[in-house]
Design a binder for this molecule. Structure first.
Ligand SMILES: NC(=O)c1ccc[n+]([C@@H]2O[C@H](COP(=O)([O-])OP(=O)(O)OC[C@H]3O[C@@H](n4cnc5c(N)ncnc54)[C@H](OP(=O)(O)O)[C@@H]3O)[C@@H](O)[C@H]2O)c1
Length: 294
């Protein structure tokens, strides 16, 4: 398979680059510095080649940056992926794009399926919801994978940083009452690869199995770290209300659990439970931390 991966310097991009490095694959993994997805001249040159699969892991994921600069970030998060989708359709490539649980308003009470209607509250949520709506029309041979609370070694997200924070600080502050689903980026990459290899197209929720909350994830992370002697006893978890966290938080869904039944039907048994994935993340974090200079 000949694969073009854009945004390979990011959290998911790094794991995707590892997952797709396999005998029989010809992978071109390009970072932001090597290929800006809004640079149409660069894309003209890249699409002078033909690709079996084009994976777009590039995005502006900074929620506040999207609120501050809707126009600039929409060029990256909506317009450029649609341009990629058009180019894939013209060249006969499979296009893989990522969406987010932020397409929902958080008012639901049961896990959200691929059939539930988006109702975004934020600029970032609107950008992703537009992609979910438009990509399949532009490029019918596409996979749109809806992720949530992504974490992994080297990531900038709250959950990615949790082990470092627990190792270094007495207490950790988390948003109170934020419920949803999480995804270890290594699993995100693995299931992307499985879906591509099995020839699936369409929209899939892609998260580790099971609901959690930020507070429960933090508690489980701390417990597992303490069992492995990676964090001392006596660490505290402090829950902070949305109101206290600031006005921007009103636009982040409080409830956004994603139902993985469709993915489990397509590729049984579907992604593993989140606690198991968290354990593997901590093992990876430990092995990387052991090699960090003191
Ligand atoms: N993180 C989450 O919790 C989460 C949740 C749901 C869905 N997702 C989605 O999952 C996908 C991967 O997210 P991630 O967490 O891996 O993001 P990430 O770690 O922030 O990586 C995104 C990468 O895109 C690059 N980038 C930004 N603008 C670009 C441009 N114009 N051209 C090329 N590259 C550009 C960034 O480079 P610079 O750092 O140099 O700007 C970065 O390397 C995204 O579509 C995201 O929306 C993420």
């Amino acid at each position: 398979m000949k694969i073009l991966l854009l945004g390979s310097g990011g959290l998911l991009g790094g794991y995707l680059a590892k997952a797709f490095t396999a005998p029989g694959n010809q992978l071109s993994a390009l970072t932001h510095g090597e290929a800006d997805i809004t640079d149409t001249g660069k894309l003209d040159r890249l699409f002078g080649d033909s690709w079996d699969v084009v994976i777009n892991a590039a995005a502006v994921c900074d929620f506040d940056a999207c609120e501050r600069d809707p126009e600039g970030t929409t060029r990256v998060n909506r317009d450029a992926p649609l341009d990629l989708a058009r180019r894939c359709a013209a060249g006969g490539s499979l296009f893989v794009q990522y969406s987010s649980d932020y397409i929902f308003d958080g008012e639901g009470k049961k896990p959200l399926t691929e059939q539930d209607s988006p109702s975004p509250l934020s600029v970032y949520g609107h950008q992703k919801s537009d992609l979910e709506k438009l990509v399949p029309g532009v490029c019918p041979r596409s996979l749109v994978l809806r992720l949530s609370w992504l974490y992994g070694v080297g990531g900038k997200t709250f959950m990615s940083k949790m082990p470092d924070l627990f190792a270094a600080q007495d207490s950790l502050r988390t948003a109170a009452g934020k419920k949803g689903s999480c995804l270890y980026a290594a699993d995100g990459a693995l299931w992307t690869k499985r879906l591509v290899e099995a020839g699936h197209t369409g929209l899939f929720n892609l998260v580790n199995h099971g609901e959690t909350s930020w507070e429960e994830f933090a508690r489980e992370c701390l417990q597992q770290m303490q069992l492995l002697a990676l964090a001392p006893a006596g660490r505290r978890i402090e829950e902070v209300s949305y109101e206290e966290l600031g006005p921007g938080w009103r636009k982040r869904p409080r409830y956004s659990c994603l139902d993985t039944a469709k993915l489990a039907r397509a590729l049984p048994p579907g992604p593993r439970p989140w606690r198991e994935a968290l354990g593997e993340f901590l093992a990876e974090w430990k092995s990387v931390a052991a090699h960090r200079p003191v």
